[in-house]
Design a binder for this molecule. Structure first.
Ligand SMILES: Cc1cc2nc3c(=O)[nH]c(=O)nc-3n(C[C@H](O)[C@H](O)[C@H](O)COP(=O)(O)OP(=O)(O)OC[C@H]3O[C@@H](n4cnc5c(N)ncnc54)[C@H](O)[C@@H]3O)c2cc1C
Length: 365
């Protein structure tokens, strides 16, 4: 058993965890970050490309951004929280460009495009940044339970260092839970460590969950594969086995039709035949990992029909997670336990606005 004592323990190793660790270290705190996997490659962001809710601070643009989400979220979102999130996103992405030297591309007008990130590069840089800031990183060291003091206040956590086969315990002045969403072993890319541990720890410590009824998202993937880049399926037509168009099936607003068909045991096929040439080129540029699967399988997704499946993404792209009780993301549990991971709260997205990114990345930052 190794014992550590620190000011802040961050549980997790994705964007939520690394930003929390970085900011705590920059504020002068001693920080330990414990990741179930290898920080920089683990979690849902590290495996893919991600869109970001990056909107310049112009009132009209910000208003349009908020309005664009409210209807989707059943008007349950809190405008003040949306505004906080937009402010923070803008600042953190600019910080990532300058201090983090993230190589954002430029548009035809020479202006930088900061609305998207390549996960592997992003998280590689975040790892470097937290190490430089003095954060002690425990890789392959899943936390298994929170520790509480005699009054029931959270005072640290216990875990297991898999590579050295040793238990460990961290006594901490504050604990940040950033263990990501829960897609419980669904096979969606990057989510193999997203088994909802933080939500469980928090619930065990007495925290409440919120918005979980909006966390039943399923992503579309080519059958037998793991890449659920559902946005691109807005260009798809879906077909039955006999080649007939599956009426009502769609990426947005028609996924239940696909689910019902799959539940009968029949196959469902897709073809991205509604993408024109410029869209096809833009898609390849924006999300190269989406095409890796197809290239390996020898499928041209724009001209070939391919079988699809649905993979649970739970709270990874859903709205639910640990209920936060204050602007500082406190959880209401005794002791300074706060949440930065899991799904963004309904305050930011409203209900049911899962399944589309940008706001998720933002919530992490
Ligand atoms: C296909 C797909 C596309 C997406 N596209 C977008 C998008 O375009 N825009 C967007 O904003 N969002 C998108 N998302 C959602 C986004 O990936 C997540 O919201 C984001 O990764 C969550 O960040 P996180 O730091 O909370 O969790 P993660 O990045 O999932 O990291 C969780 C971390 O916690 C660690 N962990 C788990 N359990 C433990 C434990 N017990 N002890 C220690 N560590 C633990 C894991 O190893 C991992 O390092 C997408 C998700 C998917 C699956």
């Amino acid at each position: 058993m190794t014992e550590y004592a620190t000011d802040v323990l961050v549980v997790g190793g994705g964007p939520a965890a690394t930003w929390a660790a970085l900011k705590a270290a920059e504020a002068g705190a001693r920080v330990v970050l414990a990741d179930k996997g290898y920080c920089g490659t683990s979690g849902a962001t590290a495996a893919g490309g991600t869109g970001v809710w990056y909107v310049p601070p112009e009132p009209a643009a910000r208003e349009a951004a908020r309005a664009s989400r409210e209807g989707l979220g059943g008007y349950l979102a809190d405008r003040r929280w949306m505004a906080r999130v937009l402010d923070e996103t803008y600042d953190r992405m600019n910080e990532l460009a300058v201090q983090g030297r993230y190589p954002f591309p430029s548009g035809p007008d020479g202006q930088p495009l900061r609305g998207g990130l390549q996960g592997p590069e992003y998280m590689r840089r975040m790892r470097i940044r937290i190490r430089r800031a003095g954060v002690r990183v425990l890789d392959h060291s899943p936390v298994t339970e929170l520790l509480t003091d005699a009054d029931g206040a959270v005072a640290g956590a216990a875990g297991y260092r898999r590579q050295v086969r040793e238990s460990y315990r961290v006594r901490a002045g504050a604990v940040v839970l950033a263990t990501g969403g829960c897609a419980f072993l669904s096979g969606a890319l990057g989510t193999n460590t997203n088994t909802g541990d933080g939500a469980l720890f928090a619930a065990e410590a007495g925290a409440e969950l919120s918005g979980m009824e909006f966390s039943n998202a399923y992503g579309i993937a080519p059958e037998g594969t793991s890449v659920t880049k559902t946005a691109f399926y807005s260009f798809a037509t879906f077909y039955r086995e006999d080649g007939e168009v599956l009426q009502g099936a769609a990426s947005q607003g028609g996924r239940s039709v696909i689910a019902r068909e799959l539940l009968t045991g029949a196959k469902v096929y897709a073809r991205l035949d509604r993408a024109d040439e410029p869209a096809r080129a833009a898609m390849r540029l924006a999300q190269p990992n989406f095409f890796l699967t197809f290239d390996r399988l020898g499928i041209d997704p724009f001209t070939d029909r391919f079988a699809v499946t649905l993979l649970a993404e739970g709270t990874v792209r859903g709205t639910g997670g640990i209920r936060i009780t204050g602007d500082d993301c406190a959880t209401g549990v005794g002791g300074p336990l706060s949440s930065g991971g899991g799904g963004p709260p309904p305050r930011v997205l409203g209900g049911g606005a899962a399944r589309r990114g940008r706001h998720n990345t933002r919530w992490r930052a």
